[in-house]
Write a protein that binds this ligand. Structure first.
Ligand SMILES: Cc1cc2ncn([C@H]3O[C@H](COP(=O)(O)O)[C@@H](O)[C@H]3O)c2cc1C
Ligand SMILES: O=C(O)c1cccnc1
Length: 343
């Protein structure tokens, strides 16, 4: 069983014209650095003379992980639910950074241990947390399919309502472990290069986390098959983010990727449908070991390097003003001709 994705690669047809427009702005060639690449990509995706950033929305998917019983995190699964309540109350880092940067925030229960009854929460529960990937497949095949579909549907609904930029964040105690497993499997790298300290675990916890990752990897039949990888070592929120990224690309809108965990989803999405990569922008390089290599594997140059290692979408929220700056210079900066400036 598999899902097919209907993603149009972004047309290269306008690439030269967009580059020309950027190069004719009143500045030395390339002097706006990564802002130029960002404008180029947004303009390519949008295919319109001006770049717009409409209803930019942060989607934070929450899910619990059976592997947290292995003490691979600083804290217990209970904190996932407590943090979702914190999101709903407006008190978490991501709430502050979305407020500071004028970004809408939606929180999705993709399958935390104990449900929360609150109208503001989007309920897309797959279960009460995944199974322990150290011992067995984290998810059932149907759970993977349902999670991908839930994510896809939400992204397409938001695009239909006028959003043209979706950013992705996550909350799930233990989820750097599945993200490391996904990285190791899809990039065919040793566990030790993919596993980091997440919330800040000790040396002995790190050793155990690497051992678990190796055990789980040995169980994956086809390491190059994103569906198989998700089933063995994925997570409900990781799978829904993957589906939502693919859904965003199907809808032709931009994807803003955050840290280590959402980049693992991006790797999966690009494996399901390589054209999805055309729609992705990368906010930052996290302090989590392995993130840099994952970004390189995706050919990504992240906008920021702030030493963030939190997730929740925080890096993506902080990067949004850079996208707005890219749009503003692209749309409104004078050209040599219009300003009468000669080199
Ligand atoms: C209070 C708190 C708030 C968080 N917000 C995001 N994370 C981050 O830490 C978790 C991943 O790290 P690990 O794999 O080590 O558990 C995820 O929930 C991630 O979003 C948090 C973690 C904590 C403790
Ligand atoms: O980079 C991330 O997304 C990250 C790093 C550590 C813990 N949680 C998330």
């Amino acid at each position: 069983m598999s899902t097919s994705w209907n993603i149009k690669p972004v047309s290269r047809e306008n690439s030269d014209a967009i580059l020309h427009k950027i190069n004719m702005k009143t500045k030395p060639l390339g002097a706006l650095g990564l802002l130029e690449d960002t404008a180029h990509q947004l303009a390519m995706v949008q295919g319109t003379p001006e770049i717009t950033i409409n209803q930019p929305t942060m989607l934070v998917f929450a899910g619990d992980h059976g592997v947290s019983e292995e003490k691979v995190s600083l804290t217990s699964s209970d904190v996932t639910r407590q943090m979702v309540l914190n999101f709903l109350a407006g008190g978490a880092a991501i709430n502050c950074l979305c407020r500071a940067n004028n970004m809408a925030l939606k929180v999705i229960d993709a399958g935390i241990k104990t449900p929360i009854n609150d109208d503001r929460l989007i309920i897309q529960r797959i279960g009460t947390g995944t199974r322990n990937l150290a011992k067995e497949a984290a998810m059932a095949e149907e759970e993977v399919l349902l999670a991908l579909e839930y994510g896809r549907r939400l992204a397409k609904q938001l695009a239909a309502e006028g959003c043209n930029l979706l950013a992705f964040g996550e909350m799930g105690i233990g989820n750097t472990t599945p993200a490391s497993c996904i990285m190791a499997a899809l990039m065919n790298k040793p566990a030790a290069e993919c596993v980091g300290r997440g919330t800040g675990i000790s040396d002995s916890q790190l050793k155990h986390k690497i051992a678990i990752t190796e055990t789980a990897l040995a169980r994956i039949g086809s390491k190059n098959d994103p569906h198989n990888v998700l089933q063995e070592v994925g997570g409900f929120e990781i799978a829904q983010i993957t589906g939502a990224m693919l859904g965003a690309a199907e809808a032709g809108i931009s994807i803003l990727v955050d840290g280590f965990i959402t980049t693992a989803s991006a790797l999966l999405a690009a494996k399901f449908a390589p054209a999805c990569r055309d729609y992705m922008l990368f906010a930052h390089c996290s302090g989590e070991q392995g993130h840099q290599a994952m970004l390189e594997a995706l050919g990504a140059t992240p906008l920021l390097q702030l030493g963030l290692r939190l997730g929740e979408g925080t890096g993506a929220a902080v990067a949004l003003p850079l996208l707005r700056s890219a749009a503003e210079f692209y749309n409104n900066m004078a050209s040599f001709e219009s300003a009468g400036v000669t080199l």
